[in-house]
Design a protein around this ligand. Structure first.
Ligand code: COA
Length: 148
């Protein structure tokens, strides 16, 4: 497992990893636009030389946020997301006191991952995730304190 900055040459693989993980995929150019925008950074996890997943974060005014985190289905439960979170927290801690994220309240796997990585629930946004043909799902707002 190798964690490294995601680059333009990863564009296609980033888009594919996101599309395999979410119902509403983000185009790769949008992922790169956030990564290259103010306060943004993206890290890639490589397994055996191929992109297994990535994390996209943004730091604004002393607070960092995970914008998205995705691991390819065939590469899950190998520690890629945990390793991405460790590295992202280390980078964010240079410029931020806290790392926030939002996660669907029914995403038990991701919630377990985040709890294990030191995040705690600090809020709830009612009906945040709107899904066609299904009831809207609340978002949990989770925070990890950095520099401790
Ligand atoms: C959530 C996701 C990023 C986890 O990636 P991953 O690389 O498989 O996670 P890790 O291997 O680092 O898991 C670390 C720990 O988190 C917990 N965990 C991760 N996925 C889990 C799952 N599906 N069910 C229960 N616990 C889970 C476990 O405690 C795991 O440790 P273990 O494997 O030793 O039991 C991945 O499943 C994914 O891309 N899902 C779809 C997109 C998504 O939900 N992203 C997050 C939304 S905010």
């Amino acid at each position: 497992m190798k964690i490294r900055p995601a680059t333009r040459s990863d564009a296609a693989a980033l888009g594919e990893a996101h599309a395999a993980a979410f119902d509403a995929p983000w185009p790769s150019d949008e992922i790169l636009r956030f990564a290259e925008g103010p306060g943004g950074f993206a890290l890639a996890a490589e397994i055996e030389g191929a992109l297994a997943g990535f994390i996209l974060c943004r730091v604004v005014a002393g607070e960092a946020e995970v914008l998205t985190l995705a691991v390819r289905p065939g590469d899950r439960r190998k520690g890629a997301a945990s390793a991405l979170l460790v590295e992202a927290a280390a980078l964010a801690s240079l410029r931020a006191q806290s790392l926030f994220l939002e996660v669907a309240a029914d995403n038990d796997g991701a919630i377990a991952l985040y709890r294990g990585a030191g995040f705690r629930t600090v809020g709830r946004r009612a009906g945040y995730y709107v899904r066609p043909g299904a009831p809207a799902i609340d978002a949990l707002v989770m925070r990890r304190v950095l520099n401790t």
